[in-house]
Design a protein around this ligand. Sequence first.
Ligand code: ADP
Length: 488
Amino acid sequence: MLTQPNKELLASLIDGEVLYHNAPCGYLSFLPNGNIIKVNRTLLLWLGYQEQEIVGHHIHILFSKGGQIHFEMFFQPLIAVNQEVKELSYTILKKDGTPLSTLLSASVLKNNVGETLAINVVITDISYRKSYEDELLRAKKRSEGEKRRLQFLADLIPEIIWTTDETGNIDYVNKRFSQYFNEVSFEAIPSEVLSKVHPEDRRLLIRHHLESIKSLNDLNVEVRLETTTGKYEWHLIKASRFTDEEGFDNKWFGSCTNIDFHVLALKKKDEFINIACHELKTPVTSLKASLQLLDRLKSQPDNKMLPQLIERAGKNATKIHLLIDDLLNVSQMSEGHLQLNKSVVDVYEFISDCTANINQDGYHITIKSKGRLEAQFDSARIEQVVVNFINNAIKYAPESKEIEIHLDIVDDQVKISVQDFGPGIPADKLDFLFQRYYRADNPGTNYTGLGLGLYICSEIIKRHEGKIGVESQIGIGSKFWFTLPLAK
Ligand code: ADP
């Protein structure tokens, strides 16, 4: 067993020739005139040449035309001036013409009078590195493309979007954000945003913002923001913290959604529930009072008040019934459950029956028709419309006792108009009358209502493929009309 390595063994380990040929890099030497004089085995293996195919040839054999020009214009002058070059990137050609990405380093070998004898070149294969770099470049391009796509998406949606770094400084905003907040610089955004928040909501926003930065919990707050027209609208501001898989990049992603429509709709619904309760409460209270009195008088069947009390109770019960009907109709219609039972009907006779069923209380209703007309419709539903128009004429034009009903033919449709000669309706309110819950101010009248009657009428007429409308002039009167297809 050897305990000490002998000199021969040590010498063989550093055999220069063996190391030269088996080095993990390529070695090549060429004369000042460019002729290759020596090349190691590693480089021969990389390039696929036999030694005799390359030794004795000009070094240009390794380069493409462009590479040769570059070699002459850069490599040669540099080596002449500096006596060495370090890691110049060159693509050299293998025997089969395929490229090999390399780094060339070279130094000059001189004799003792300073003349250049040869140039020794060390060649490092960087094709792995190159493909890695290429892959990185491709990945960068892909991620830039992805970023552009996400920004396109962020610009497309109507929401305001932004991101901040972990300390809360804004580092991205979408187009909608810039438009809303006057395209100010990132630094100026916080004060610009605050200036647009309703003064009453500013403290709330700041408090929630600081709390979520501290607790790292989501931000969720509803505030009013000033719009370009100077009006405040409700917005929902949300922000969530984003952390990547490694736990880095603690960004905040935020959005701001206009929820004004929903907030107002909820408010309207609350108001409507209030009105509906109030509307129901009045006849219920009155009904209760009548019943209490009736209870007290039940042992006096001859008491004169009894018939009056019964009539009043009946009227109040009808009122409650009608209100509940309206509420049921609306929910049926908004769920699309309105069923129609159509039949061919003589319009004049039908309208006469409708008016006969109305308690006219001193009103004079005239029907003006141009001959016999037949249309196909659901009589119960259309009666609802006619009665509603007439009742409104009685309700909202109490001073004028004349009501006219006109039956005409317009564009293959029967047109039924109910004309009153009351105070009329302001022009700016006409467009809203058929909307759900809409009630115009009714000065001088004590009449309340749910603002549902005309909405229900318009839904019924729509389902009959007819039209509905109103013409009105202040001081002259109003004409509510609808059309129905003529019977074929
Ligand atoms: P409601 O009577 O329960 O308020 P409607 O939908 O029937 O609900 O009517 C909506 C509004 O239209 C009423 O509040 C009233 O201001 C107005 N209106 C309806 N008919 C007339 C009319 N003939 N003359 C004046 N105003 C009317």
